[in-house]
Design a binder for this molecule. Structure first.
Ligand SMILES: [Zn+2]
Length: 127
C-alpha cells in the first residue's frame, strides 16, 4: 500500500471509528495518541492490507499489541525449545542406557569366554 493510500485509508477508518482508537477508545491526538493503521490479523500471521483487516489504533495500543504478540511468540518458542530439550534428554538417557547395557553384556560375554564368569544359568561351567 503506498503512502497516499495508507493515509487515506487511515483517515477513513479513524472517521468511521468517530476519531477514536479501536482498542482504548481514546480520541486520536499527538504522540502516544497518534493515529496508526492497525492490522487486526498481523501481516506476520498472514494478515493482508485488505480494508476488512485494518483498523485505526493509537500509537500506544498498536505498539503494545505488537510487543504482546512478540512476547507471546517468544514464550511459545521457549516452550517448544524446552519440550525439544526434554525429548532430547530422554533420547540421550535411553541411548546411554542401551550403551551401558550393551557394554555390560559384552563384558559378561568376554569374562564368560575367559571362564572367569559363569554364563547366566550355567552353574557347572568350571567342572
Ligand atoms: Zn489506543
Amino acid at each position: 500500500m503506498n503512502l497516499a493510500r495508507l493515509k487515506k485509508v487511515r483517515t477513513a477508518l479513524a472517521d468511521a471509528q468517530d476519531g477514536r482508537c479501536c482498542y482504548c477508545r481514546r480520541p486520536f491526538g499527538d504522540g502516544a495518541l497518534a493515529c496508526t493503521l492497525e492490522h487486526r490479523r498481523p501481516r506476520m500471521n498472514g494478515g493482508t492490507d485488505d480494508i476488512a483487516n485494518l483498523a485505526a489504533a493509537c500509537w500506544h495500543c498498536n505498539r503494545n499489541r505488537g510487543m504482546q504478540m512478540h512476547r507471546a511468540k517468544l514464550l511459545k518458542s521457549q516452550k517448544s525449545a524446552a519440550h525439544a530439550l526434554a525429548v532430547a534428554n530422554v533420547t540421550l538417557a535411553k541411548t546411554a542406557l542401551i550403551e551401558a547395557l550393551t557394554n555390560y553384556r559384552s563384558a559378561r560375554a568376554t569374562l564368560a569366554s575367559m571362564r572367569l564368569l559363569n554364563p547366566p544359568g550355567d552353574t557347572d561351567a568350571r567342572q
